[in-house]
Design a protein around this ligand. Sequence first.
Ligand code: HEC
Ligand code: HEC
Length: 127
Amino acid sequence: MLTVTMISLFILIGLAATKPPEDHKFTNLKVLPKDITMEQLDKVMDSFKEALGVKCSFCHAPSSDTSNHHLDFASDAKPEKEIARKMMKMTTKINHKFFSYNKNEQGEKIPAVECMTCHHGKEHPVH
Ligand code: HEC
Ligand code: HEC
């Protein structure tokens, strides 16, 4: 009995240690800047949702904690998330290579091509 209690205690301590810090840093960004703010990331994710006409769960896998209906945003379990990363790189490349002259008055680059340009609210543009 004592052993079981000790083991659960260690598991609890372990879980507490792996919990993300309160200031919420994203843990699995490979394309977006690692220091992106919560607000900026929300904007990007909302634009994906709108451009493809899908919910967050189209790219994000459910949490392994089945007692809730949360998504595990850091998980790469859904292939759609990796495709989305490729699409992000492709879109940046197109803008950089062919539309680099597209700038506002402050000289900041404005992307001429975005997810919406091809997807138009559909997950699969060719259908
Ligand atoms: C079309 C696919 C797609 C959709 C839809 C989408 N996301 Fe994402 N999301 C991604 C990709 C790809 C990344 C990783 C980006 C990177 O590697 O830089 C990501 C990363 C994240 C992260 C950061 C996780 C971490 O800790 O690394 C959060 C939080 C997140 N998304 C929330 C959302 C929310 C909330 C929605 C719905 C409003 C949403 N996403 C919709 C593709 C998507
Ligand atoms: C130049 C046009 C173009 C742009 C820009 C573009 N996509 Fe795509 N996307 C496509 C095409 C075409 C397909 C279908 C590819 C196939 O049939 O295999 C696709 C497929 C996808 C898929 C897989 C959908 C599925 O049915 O499984 C995801 C996810 C995706 N795109 C996300 C994005 C995101 C996020 C962006 C913006 C960062 C983006 N795309 C920008 C053309 C584009």
